[in-house]
Design a protein around this ligand. Structure first.
Ligand SMILES: C[S@@+](CC[C@H](N)C(=O)[O-])C[C@H]1O[C@@H](n2cnc3c(N)ncnc32)[C@H](O)[C@@H]1O
Length: 218
């Protein structure tokens, strides 16, 4: 499956990818963010987890370090960012299985994963591609498994609304700013969809949205 949308690299233009880790450390409270994501994933030994749009692999490596009994897979559409991620995992001695893949064409059989996480990726996807990615993640989740989606949500307050209005001309951000990601997951078949956490950052707030694949999937 293809798209006509432009590929948006980790930090926008490909030339900035090598500055991604530094930028994230400066712009969001990264340690708190990653730790909260991992807590919300409720990982347990024997589970298989996938990080979609894993970027430089920080979360996947941390997941493997904190939960050595969990099989960690990570996919991203960009070879350059994957090279950084593979190097990071090797230096940490963390066995993460990386694949190059677009979020809407994941190279795993149906029902492979107990958990899927995708952080700060959906605002890189055009509206139709967000929907395709949500459906593809649903496919690779096992019935009863859960997706944790973390991405920019609508800023609150008058100043925040002004920022949202200014940014809403960017089509990729429109659903984030209009708080439509939960509805998008529900539309893709997920149940129990809820925003379970929200974190303020120097940019916009990050909403953490959970959705489950029902035991009897439609
Ligand atoms: C802002 S970075 C987030 C990286 C990481 N998840 C994190 O939390 O730091 C967005 C990532 O999404 C990846 N990406 C963008 N479009 C994608 C697509 N269509 N399929 C797979 N990955 C994609 C980019 O290559 C980039 O690594």
């Amino acid at each position: 499956m293809t798209t006509t949308a432009r590929y948006i690299h980790a930090f926008g233009p490909a030339a900035l990818t090598r500055f991604y880790d530094t930028g994230v450390r400066l712009l969001i409270r990264e340690e708190a963010f990653r730790s909260r994501l991992l807590e919300h994933m409720h990982l347990a030994p024997g589970q298989r987890v996938l990080d979609v749009g894993c970027g430089t692999g920080t979360l996947a490596v941390l997941a493997r370090q904190r939960h050595p009994g969990v099989e960690v897979h990570a996919a991203d559409g960009d070879d350059e960012v994957l090279a950084i991620a593979r190097d990071k995992a090797a230096r940490a001695g963390a066995g993460v299985r990386f694949e190059r893949a677009m979020a809407w064409a994941l190279p795993y059989p149906d029902g492979t994963f107990d958990r899927v996480v995708s952080s700060l990726v959906f605002h890189h996807l055009a509206p139709d591609d967000k929907r395709r990615a949500a459906l593809e993640i649903f496919r690779v989740l096992r019935p009863g498994g859960a997706l944790l989606l973390a991405d920019f949500g609508p800023p609150r307050g008058a100043a925040g609304r002004a920022v949202a209005w200014a940014l809403s001309r960017f089509a990729h951000l429109r659903e984030n700013l209009a708080d439509l990601l939960p509805a998008l997951l529900t539309g893709a078949g997920y149940s129990d969809v809820a925003e379970i956490d929200r974190m303020r950052t120097a940019l916009m707030p990050i909403a953490m949205i959970r959705g489950r694949k029902p035991l009897a999937a439609p």
